[in-house]
Design a protein around this ligand. Sequence first.
Ligand SMILES: C[S@@+](CC[C@H](N)C(=O)[O-])C[C@H]1O[C@@H](n2cnc3c(N)ncnc32)[C@H](O)[C@@H]1O
Length: 254
Amino acid sequence: MADAKKKGMMMEFWTEESENWYLDSCRFLNYPEIPLGEYFEKAIRPEDTVFDLGCAYGITSLYLAKKCSKVYALDFSPRAVGWLEKHIKENDIDNIVPVCGRFPSADIPVCDVTVILYVNKLIHSLDQAKAVLAATGREGFLLVNHADETGSIHDLALNQLGMKGSNYVCRNGCYVVGLFEALGAKCDCHVIEHDYGQPVDSIEEAARFLRSMLRFGEDMLPQLQTVAQAIITEREGRLYLPNNRRSCLIHFVK
Ligand SMILES: C[S@@+](CC[C@H](N)C(=O)[O-])C[C@H]1O[C@@H](n2cnc3c(N)ncnc32)[C@H](O)[C@@H]1O
C-alpha cells in the first residue's frame, strides 16, 4: 500500500456501501446547499470557473454547475469519478469536466474559485498551501473538521459505549489559515454547525454504519446495534442517525 502511494497510484477511497450511504445522505439533507449555499451565493459569479478539489461523486460540482460557467471536478477515486461521468452524460450536463487524478499533480487550469470540502490531510505544509493558492484565481473555500466534536455521531456512539476520546480529528483549520495568511491571502473563518447524519433502513444497517464511522471490527456489531437503538431517531419518515457536526469554513481571497 505504501509503495502504491509512493508511485502515485490511485487508492480507492469509496466502497459500494459508503457510496450508497454518502449519496443517500447528500440527497436526504440537501448537501451542499445546506449548510453552504449562502456562502457560495455571495462569492460565486455566473461567469466563474470553479475547481471542486476532492469532488468525490461531484455532488457539489453538480450544485455549483448551475451557478457558474464551468466546474473542473477532480478526485483520485475512479469509482466516484466514474459515477459522475455517467451521471453528467445521462443528464446532458455540459459544463462539468470530471478528472480522475491526484492534486497537485493533476492537470487542471487555474479556476476563479477553488472549493475543497472535507478533503482531510490535504494541507499540512507551506508548499501544499502554496499549491492550493496557485490553483486558485481569486478566492476559495476550505471546509474541515472543527476541534469540538460534542454531539457528533462519534461522540454520541462512544458515550453509549462508555468510551472516551475518538478517532474524530480536528483538521488544523487555524494552522491552514496561518499558512494562507503567510502567503498573502486574506481569510475569514466561520464555524458551521449542521446535522450531517445518516438515514438508514434498519437497526442492522445503522450498526454497520456506526462500525464504519468508528473503524471498529465486525465483532463490535452486536454492541453497536444496542448503541444504534439508543441514538436513532425518525426524520421525514425514515430511521435516522443524527450527527451534529461542527466544521470550520475557511474563505480565502488572494
Ligand atoms: C470525504 S470526501 C469529500 C467529498 C466531497 N468534497 C464532499 O464535500 O462531500 C474526500 C474526497 O477527496 C478525495 N481526495 C483526497 N485527497 C485527494 C487528492 N490529493 N486529490 C484528489 N482527490 C483527493 C477522496 O478520494 C474523496 O473522494
